[in-house]
Ligand binder design. Structure first.
Ligand code: 13P
Length: 249
């Protein structure tokens, strides 16, 4: 059975004090939930976050990492460095990494490979841009993003993969995919994986939706059969909103 997950991608927000404050408020208000709750603060606040959450069920993820183990890669962070501070979950392929920092499928395939070799869990993000949806290419774009970065993995590796479908036009815009659009794409993703691997593997992969998930729309999106939770940006920066979204699953 696949797990349900609510993950907060904090992006480049919250300094150290703010991180501690948000996490202590979140821990205090965390509802009982069958879902796994994850937060992804900035690199510099990962240790602070691990310490703040040492007695909590909330897990901590990184927002990115380099594919190399170490070396002359100024400004980068390796999987070993993350593991060394107890972080074994990493978000890869976020649309902001793709569009603002030039990360392409080939690079992402390398990052995913490294993370899997290191036995980390990968939250792999992908999704179409507005023009691609308008021109009715959203299914082929999503299929090729998956094929290029993920379908080189062997079956066993998929136990450590969580997918996050994030249509770029819905990220930070206040415009959400309708629950029906999310379900349609998630079912397509699951079917694509089923054809590339097998139905059991496809059925066991958690597929999160991301893009302007808020307390007032989360329940309807999460109610769809192929939506296994959410990757939350803006609304994960306020404890009350994030808690409401966790309650919605
Ligand atoms: P918003 O929830 O702010 O639209 O961001 C979604 C996102 O990019 C999560 O990774």
């Amino acid at each position: 059975m696949r797990t349900q997950i609510v993950a907060g991608n904090w992006k480049m927000n919250k300094n150290q004090d703010e991180t501690e404050n948000l996490l202590s408020e979140l821990s205090a208000k965390l509802p009982d939930s069958h879902a796994t709750v994850i937060v992804a603060p900035t690199f510099v606040n990962l240790v602070t976050s691990k310490n703040a959450l040492h007695s909590s069920t909330i897990k901590v993820a990184a927002q990115n990492m380099h594919f190399a183990e170490n070396g002359a890669y100024t400004g980068e962070i390796s999987s070993d460095m993350l593991l060394n501070i107890g972080i074994d979950i990493v978000i890869l392929g976020h649309s902001e990494r793709r569009s603002l920092f030039g990360e392409d499928d080939e690079l992402l395939a390398k990052k995913v490979k490294t993370a899997i070799e290191k036995q980390m869990t990968v939250i792999f993000c992908f999704g179409e841009e507005l023009e691609e949806r308008k021109s009715d290419n959203h299914f082929s774009v999503v299929e090729s993003q998956l094929k290029n970065a993920m379908f080189g993995l062997d079956e066993k590796s998929w136990q450590h993969i969580v997918l996050a479908y994030e249509p770029v036009w819905a990220i930070g815009t206040g415009e959400t995919a309708t629950p029906e659009q999310a379900q349609e794409m998630h079912a397509f993703i699951r079917n694509t994986i089923s054809e590339a691997y097998n139905p059991t593997l496809a059925n066991d992969v958690s597929i999160l939706y991301g893009g302007s998930v808020k307390p007032n729309n989360a329940a309807e999106i999460f109610s769809k059969p192929d939506v296994d939770g959410g990757l939350i940006g803006g609304a994960s920066l306020k404890a009350d909103d994030f808690v409401e979204i966790i309650k919605a699953i």
